[in-house]
Design a protein around this ligand. Sequence first.
Ligand SMILES: [Mn+2]
Length: 369
Amino acid sequence: MGIRIFHTGDIHIGMTFNSYPAGVRELLKAARIEVIERMVKQANREGSDLFVIAGDLFDKIKGIDKKTQAAVAEHLSKFEGSCVAILPGNHDYHTEMVDLWSSFLNFVDDRVMLLTEEKPYDLREYGLDAVIYPAGCHSKHSRENNLGWLKKMELDGDIINIGVGHGALSGISPDLDSQYFNMALEELDRIPVDVWLMGHTHITYPDKDNISNWRIYNPGTPEPDGLDCRHGGNAWIVNIEDNREVDAKRVETGKYSFMDLEFKVNQLEDYSRIQSEFNEGIKNTIARISLKGTIDEEAYRHRLKIKEDLEERLLHLILDDSELKIRINSDKIHKEFTKGSFPEQLLLSLQEDEEALQLAYEIISEVRK
Ligand SMILES: [Mn+2]
Protein backbone atom coordinates (compact mmCIF):
# COMPACT_ATOMS: atom_id res chain seq x y z
CA MET A 1 0.00 0.00 0.00
CA GLY A 2 1.38 3.41 -0.97
CA ILE A 3 0.84 6.70 0.79
CA ARG A 4 -0.02 10.23 -0.28
CA ILE A 5 1.35 13.01 1.90
CA PHE A 6 0.48 16.69 2.07
CA HIS A 7 3.68 18.37 3.29
CA THR A 8 3.84 21.88 4.76
CA GLY A 9 5.83 23.73 7.41
CA ASP A 10 6.89 27.17 8.60
CA ILE A 11 3.39 28.54 8.96
CA HIS A 12 4.53 30.75 11.84
CA ILE A 13 1.15 31.43 13.40
CA GLY A 14 1.54 34.30 15.83
CA MET A 15 3.89 36.36 13.67
CA THR A 16 3.09 39.98 14.51
CA PHE A 17 3.88 42.14 11.42
CA ASN A 18 4.36 45.16 13.68
CA SER A 19 5.87 47.35 10.99
CA TYR A 20 2.58 47.44 9.06
CA PRO A 21 -0.48 49.63 9.72
CA ALA A 22 -3.13 48.01 11.95
CA GLY A 23 -5.54 46.99 9.17
CA VAL A 24 -2.86 45.29 7.08
CA ARG A 25 -1.28 43.72 10.15
CA GLU A 26 -4.53 42.02 11.17
CA LEU A 27 -5.04 40.60 7.67
CA LEU A 28 -1.53 39.18 7.55
CA LYS A 29 -1.85 37.66 11.01
CA ALA A 30 -5.21 36.04 10.22
CA ALA A 31 -3.90 34.75 6.87
CA ARG A 32 -1.46 32.45 8.65
CA ILE A 33 -4.37 30.61 10.29
CA GLU A 34 -6.59 30.72 7.20
CA VAL A 35 -3.91 29.08 5.07
CA ILE A 36 -4.32 25.91 7.15
CA GLU A 37 -7.98 25.71 6.24
CA ARG A 38 -7.09 26.14 2.56
CA MET A 39 -4.32 23.52 2.71
CA VAL A 40 -6.56 20.97 4.43
CA LYS A 41 -9.08 21.43 1.61
CA GLN A 42 -6.34 20.96 -0.99
CA ALA A 43 -5.08 17.87 0.85
CA ASN A 44 -8.61 16.42 0.91
CA ARG A 45 -9.16 17.15 -2.76
CA GLU A 46 -5.97 15.24 -3.56
CA GLY A 47 -6.96 12.31 -1.36
CA SER A 48 -4.00 12.69 1.02
CA ASP A 49 -3.55 10.04 3.71
CA LEU A 50 -1.11 11.98 5.86
CA PHE A 51 -0.78 15.70 6.61
CA VAL A 52 2.72 16.67 7.76
CA ILE A 53 3.71 19.97 9.36
CA ALA A 54 7.53 19.94 9.41
CA GLY A 55 8.13 22.48 12.18
CA ASP A 56 7.28 26.08 13.05
CA LEU A 57 3.52 25.71 12.92
CA PHE A 58 3.69 28.43 15.58
CA ASP A 59 6.03 31.39 15.53
CA LYS A 60 6.77 31.29 19.27
CA ILE A 61 6.27 29.13 22.34
CA LYS A 62 4.69 31.89 24.44
CA GLY A 63 1.73 34.12 23.67
CA ILE A 64 -0.25 31.87 21.30
CA ASP A 65 -3.69 32.32 22.86
CA LYS A 66 -6.21 29.51 23.36
CA LYS A 67 -8.54 30.93 20.74
CA THR A 68 -5.80 30.68 18.13
CA GLN A 69 -4.89 27.15 19.23
CA ALA A 70 -8.56 26.12 18.99
CA ALA A 71 -8.91 27.65 15.52
CA VAL A 72 -5.85 25.78 14.24
CA ALA A 73 -7.13 22.51 15.74
CA GLU A 74 -10.55 23.10 14.22
CA HIS A 75 -9.09 23.52 10.73
CA LEU A 76 -6.91 20.41 11.14
CA SER A 77 -9.93 18.39 12.30
CA LYS A 78 -11.39 18.79 8.79
CA PHE A 79 -8.57 16.70 7.30
CA GLU A 80 -10.18 13.56 5.83
CA GLY A 81 -7.00 11.45 5.79
CA SER A 82 -5.77 9.15 8.54
CA CYS A 83 -3.21 11.20 10.45
CA VAL A 84 -1.82 14.71 11.02
CA ALA A 85 1.83 14.64 12.13
CA ILE A 86 3.28 17.80 13.66
CA LEU A 87 6.99 18.29 14.28
CA PRO A 88 8.16 20.99 16.73
CA GLY A 89 10.50 23.38 14.91
CA ASN A 90 13.01 25.82 16.34
CA HIS A 91 10.34 28.52 16.81
CA ASP A 92 7.86 26.18 18.49
CA TYR A 93 10.37 23.80 20.03
CA HIS A 94 9.41 21.15 22.56
CA THR A 95 10.66 20.70 26.11
CA GLU A 96 8.87 19.61 29.28
CA MET A 97 8.88 23.29 30.29
CA VAL A 98 6.97 24.45 27.22
CA ASP A 99 3.21 24.68 27.82
CA LEU A 100 2.26 25.37 24.22
CA TRP A 101 2.16 21.75 23.07
CA SER A 102 0.42 20.27 26.11
CA SER A 103 -2.17 23.03 25.81
CA PHE A 104 -2.59 22.54 22.06
CA LEU A 105 -3.14 18.79 22.55
CA ASN A 106 -6.34 19.59 24.47
CA PHE A 107 -7.87 21.01 21.31
CA VAL A 108 -6.95 18.40 18.69
CA ASP A 109 -8.55 15.05 17.94
CA ASP A 110 -6.73 11.74 18.25
CA ARG A 111 -5.61 11.66 14.64
CA VAL A 112 -3.12 14.40 15.47
CA MET A 113 0.31 13.13 16.44
CA LEU A 114 3.08 15.28 17.92
CA LEU A 115 6.56 14.16 16.94
CA THR A 116 8.31 15.28 20.11
CA GLU A 117 10.63 12.34 20.79
CA GLU A 118 13.65 10.81 19.10
CA LYS A 119 11.96 7.54 18.21
CA PRO A 120 10.15 5.93 15.27
CA TYR A 121 6.44 6.80 15.13
CA ASP A 122 4.55 3.85 13.72
CA LEU A 123 1.66 4.91 11.50
CA ARG A 124 0.18 1.42 11.34
CA GLU A 125 -1.95 2.44 14.33
CA TYR A 126 -3.55 4.91 11.93
CA GLY A 127 -3.95 2.33 9.18
CA LEU A 128 -0.95 3.52 7.16
CA ASP A 129 1.97 1.26 6.22
CA ALA A 130 4.62 3.76 7.20
CA VAL A 131 6.92 4.87 9.98
CA ILE A 132 8.01 8.45 10.68
CA TYR A 133 11.53 9.25 11.88
CA PRO A 134 11.53 12.77 13.33
CA ALA A 135 14.40 15.23 13.71
CA GLY A 136 12.73 18.16 15.43
CA CYS A 137 13.89 20.85 17.83
CA HIS A 138 14.13 21.19 21.61
CA SER A 139 15.55 24.71 21.54
CA LYS A 140 15.53 27.82 19.39
CA HIS A 141 19.17 27.48 18.37
CA SER A 142 21.56 24.60 18.09
CA ARG A 143 24.87 24.07 16.37
CA GLU A 144 24.04 20.40 16.22
CA ASN A 145 21.13 18.95 14.27
CA ASN A 146 18.97 16.16 15.58
CA LEU A 147 19.89 13.45 13.07
CA GLY A 148 22.33 11.64 15.37
CA TRP A 149 19.89 9.11 16.85
CA LEU A 150 18.57 8.28 13.42
CA LYS A 151 21.98 7.50 11.95
CA LYS A 152 22.25 4.62 14.41
CA MET A 153 18.83 3.17 13.52
CA GLU A 154 18.31 0.04 11.49
CA LEU A 155 15.37 0.82 9.18
CA ASP A 156 12.79 -1.79 8.23
CA GLY A 157 12.80 -2.02 4.45
CA ASP A 158 9.37 -3.69 4.36
CA ILE A 159 7.58 -0.51 5.36
CA ILE A 160 7.62 3.05 4.02
CA ASN A 161 10.12 5.12 6.02
CA ILE A 162 9.49 8.86 6.22
CA GLY A 163 12.01 11.30 7.67
CA VAL A 164 10.58 14.58 8.98
CA GLY A 165 13.17 17.19 9.96
CA HIS A 166 13.57 20.84 10.83
CA GLY A 167 16.79 22.76 10.21
CA ALA A 168 18.72 24.93 7.79
CA LEU A 169 19.65 23.08 4.60
CA SER A 170 23.29 23.82 3.81
CA GLY A 171 23.64 25.80 0.63
CA ILE A 172 19.91 26.47 0.39
CA SER A 173 18.96 28.49 3.45
CA PRO A 174 21.26 31.10 4.91
CA ASP A 175 22.69 30.06 8.28
CA LEU A 176 26.02 31.84 8.44
CA ASP A 177 26.74 31.03 12.08
CA SER A 178 25.35 27.49 11.71
CA GLN A 179 23.06 27.87 14.67
CA TYR A 180 19.85 26.54 13.13
CA PHE A 181 20.23 22.74 13.29
CA ASN A 182 22.21 22.84 10.07
CA MET A 183 21.84 19.80 7.84
CA ALA A 184 23.80 18.98 4.72
CA LEU A 185 21.94 17.39 1.82
CA GLU A 186 24.58 14.64 1.67
CA GLU A 187 24.03 13.97 5.35
CA LEU A 188 20.29 13.53 4.81
CA ASP A 189 20.94 11.49 1.69
CA ARG A 190 23.02 8.92 3.60
CA ILE A 191 20.07 8.07 5.88
CA PRO A 192 18.05 5.48 3.96
CA VAL A 193 14.50 6.79 4.50
CA ASP A 194 12.25 6.85 1.42
CA VAL A 195 11.73 10.60 1.64
CA TRP A 196 12.83 13.53 3.77
CA LEU A 197 10.09 16.06 4.52
CA MET A 198 11.91 19.14 5.75
CA GLY A 199 11.04 22.49 7.26
CA HIS A 200 12.78 25.75 8.26
CA THR A 201 13.89 27.10 4.91
CA HIS A 202 11.27 29.56 3.69
CA ILE A 203 11.87 28.87 0.01
CA THR A 204 10.71 25.81 -1.88
CA TYR A 205 13.18 23.01 -2.57
CA PRO A 206 13.62 21.63 -5.12
CA ASP A 207 12.54 24.57 -7.28
CA LYS A 208 10.27 22.47 -9.50
CA ASP A 209 6.53 22.10 -10.05
CA ASN A 210 6.67 18.34 -10.56
CA ILE A 211 9.45 15.91 -9.81
CA SER A 212 9.90 12.14 -9.74
CA ASN A 213 12.26 9.94 -7.78
CA TRP A 214 13.48 12.77 -5.60
CA ARG A 215 13.98 12.25 -1.87
CA ILE A 216 14.45 15.58 -0.08
CA TYR A 217 11.61 18.11 -0.01
CA ASN A 218 11.18 21.49 1.64
CA PRO A 219 7.88 23.26 0.95
CA GLY A 220 8.81 26.77 2.13
CA THR A 221 6.28 28.89 3.94
CA PRO A 222 2.70 28.36 2.66
CA GLU A 223 1.73 32.02 3.21
CA PRO A 224 4.21 34.75 2.21
CA ASP A 225 5.59 36.40 5.31
CA GLY A 226 7.61 39.44 4.27
CA LEU A 227 9.20 41.56 1.57
CA ASP A 228 11.96 39.02 1.04
CA CYS A 229 9.45 36.30 0.11
CA ARG A 230 9.54 35.91 -3.68
CA HIS A 231 7.00 33.11 -4.05
CA GLY A 232 3.24 32.84 -3.59
CA GLY A 233 3.34 30.24 -0.80
CA ASN A 234 3.78 26.55 -1.54
CA ALA A 235 3.27 23.03 -0.24
CA TRP A 236 4.28 19.61 -1.59
CA ILE A 237 2.05 16.67 -2.32
CA VAL A 238 4.34 13.66 -2.15
CA ASN A 239 3.14 10.32 -3.41
CA ILE A 240 5.02 7.16 -2.43
CA GLU A 241 3.99 4.05 -4.32
CA ASP A 242 4.01 0.55 -2.97
CA ASN A 243 7.20 -0.12 -4.96
CA ARG A 244 8.78 3.00 -3.33
CA GLU A 245 8.64 5.14 -6.43
CA VAL A 246 8.17 8.74 -5.39
CA ASP A 247 6.59 11.57 -7.32
CA ALA A 248 5.73 14.99 -6.03
CA LYS A 249 3.96 18.11 -7.14
CA ARG A 250 4.12 21.60 -5.77
CA VAL A 251 0.82 23.35 -5.02
CA GLU A 252 0.27 27.07 -4.48
CA THR A 253 -1.25 27.86 -1.13
CA GLY A 254 -0.82 31.57 -0.32
CA LYS A 255 -3.30 34.44 -0.38
CA TYR A 256 -1.06 37.50 -0.02
CA SER A 257 2.10 38.32 -1.90
CA PHE A 258 5.00 40.71 -1.48
CA MET A 259 7.01 42.65 -4.06
CA ASP A 260 10.21 44.55 -3.36
CA LEU A 261 11.28 46.50 -6.42
CA GLU A 262 13.76 49.21 -7.29
CA PHE A 263 13.34 51.58 -10.22
CA LYS A 264 15.78 54.00 -11.79
CA VAL A 265 13.91 57.16 -12.69
CA ASN A 266 15.69 59.84 -14.71
CA GLN A 267 12.81 61.19 -16.78
CA LEU A 268 9.02 61.27 -16.62
CA GLU A 269 8.65 58.33 -19.05
CA ASP A 270 10.58 56.06 -16.70
CA TYR A 271 7.55 55.88 -14.41
CA SER A 272 5.71 53.82 -17.02
CA ARG A 273 7.90 50.86 -16.14
CA ILE A 274 6.45 50.94 -12.64
CA GLN A 275 2.91 50.97 -13.96
CA SER A 276 3.58 48.02 -16.26
CA GLU A 277 5.11 46.03 -13.42
CA PHE A 278 1.86 46.21 -11.50
CA ASN A 279 -0.87 44.65 -13.59
CA GLU A 280 -4.27 43.48 -12.49
CA GLY A 281 -4.73 41.19 -9.51
CA ILE A 282 -2.63 43.11 -7.01
CA LYS A 283 -5.27 43.81 -4.39
CA ASN A 284 -3.63 41.26 -2.06
CA THR A 285 -0.11 42.50 -2.76
CA ILE A 286 2.16 44.46 -0.46
CA ALA A 287 4.86 46.30 -2.36
CA ARG A 288 7.90 48.33 -1.54
CA ILE A 289 9.07 50.56 -4.34
CA SER A 290 12.45 52.24 -4.09
CA LEU A 291 12.99 55.09 -6.52
CA LYS A 292 16.52 56.09 -7.50
CA GLY A 293 17.76 58.74 -9.86
CA THR A 294 17.75 62.46 -10.62
CA ILE A 295 14.79 64.09 -12.33
CA ASP A 296 13.26 67.46 -13.11
CA GLU A 297 11.09 69.03 -10.48
CA GLU A 298 7.81 68.44 -12.27
CA ALA A 299 8.65 64.78 -12.84
CA TYR A 300 9.66 64.56 -9.20
CA ARG A 301 6.18 65.68 -8.17
CA HIS A 302 4.67 63.06 -10.47
CA ARG A 303 5.80 60.31 -8.05
CA LEU A 304 2.86 61.32 -5.83
CA LYS A 305 0.41 60.51 -8.64
CA ILE A 306 1.99 57.08 -9.01
CA LYS A 307 1.79 56.64 -5.26
CA GLU A 308 -1.86 57.61 -5.13
CA ASP A 309 -2.76 55.23 -7.95
CA LEU A 310 -0.88 52.26 -6.51
CA GLU A 311 -2.11 52.86 -2.99
CA GLU A 312 -5.61 52.41 -4.32
CA ARG A 313 -4.82 49.18 -6.16
CA LEU A 314 -2.41 47.45 -3.77
CA LEU A 315 -3.16 46.17 -0.28
CA HIS A 316 -0.28 48.30 0.97
CA LEU A 317 2.47 50.41 -0.54
CA ILE A 318 5.79 51.44 0.97
CA LEU A 319 7.33 54.14 -1.21
CA ASP A 320 10.98 54.89 -0.56
CA ASP A 321 11.92 58.05 -2.47
CA SER A 322 14.85 58.99 -0.26
CA GLU A 323 17.24 58.42 -3.15
CA LEU A 324 15.23 60.22 -5.79
CA LYS A 325 16.71 63.70 -6.36
CA ILE A 326 15.48 66.81 -8.09
CA ARG A 327 17.70 67.90 -10.94
CA ILE A 328 19.20 71.35 -10.27
CA ASN A 329 19.22 73.70 -13.26
CA SER A 330 19.76 77.43 -13.68
CA ASP A 331 15.98 78.08 -13.53
CA LYS A 332 15.75 76.43 -10.16
CA ILE A 333 18.83 78.24 -8.86
CA HIS A 334 17.40 81.61 -9.96
CA LYS A 335 14.06 80.83 -8.40
CA GLU A 336 15.45 79.79 -5.05
CA PHE A 337 18.39 82.10 -4.43
CA THR A 338 18.84 85.89 -4.43
CA LYS A 339 20.66 87.18 -7.44
CA GLY A 340 24.32 87.76 -6.68
CA SER A 341 24.17 85.85 -3.39
CA PHE A 342 26.96 83.44 -2.50
CA PRO A 343 24.90 80.24 -2.94
CA GLU A 344 23.58 81.45 -6.30
CA GLN A 345 27.09 82.21 -7.54
CA LEU A 346 28.48 78.95 -6.22
CA LEU A 347 25.75 76.80 -7.75
CA LEU A 348 25.88 78.55 -11.11
CA SER A 349 29.64 77.99 -11.22
CA LEU A 350 29.12 74.24 -10.72
CA GLN A 351 26.64 73.74 -13.57
CA GLU A 352 29.11 71.78 -15.68
CA ASP A 353 29.56 69.16 -13.00
CA GLU A 354 26.17 67.65 -12.22
CA GLU A 355 27.31 65.57 -9.27
CA ALA A 356 29.11 68.47 -7.55
CA LEU A 357 26.14 70.74 -8.23
CA GLN A 358 23.72 68.25 -6.69
CA LEU A 359 25.91 67.82 -3.63
CA ALA A 360 26.43 71.56 -3.14
CA TYR A 361 22.68 72.15 -3.46
CA GLU A 362 21.94 69.51 -0.84
CA ILE A 363 24.47 70.98 1.60
CA ILE A 364 23.10 74.51 1.12
CA SER A 365 19.49 73.27 1.54
CA GLU A 366 20.48 71.46 4.70
CA VAL A 367 22.11 74.62 6.11
CA ARG A 368 19.05 76.72 5.20
CA LYS A 369 16.77 74.41 7.15
MN1 LIG B 1 12.60 27.34 11.70
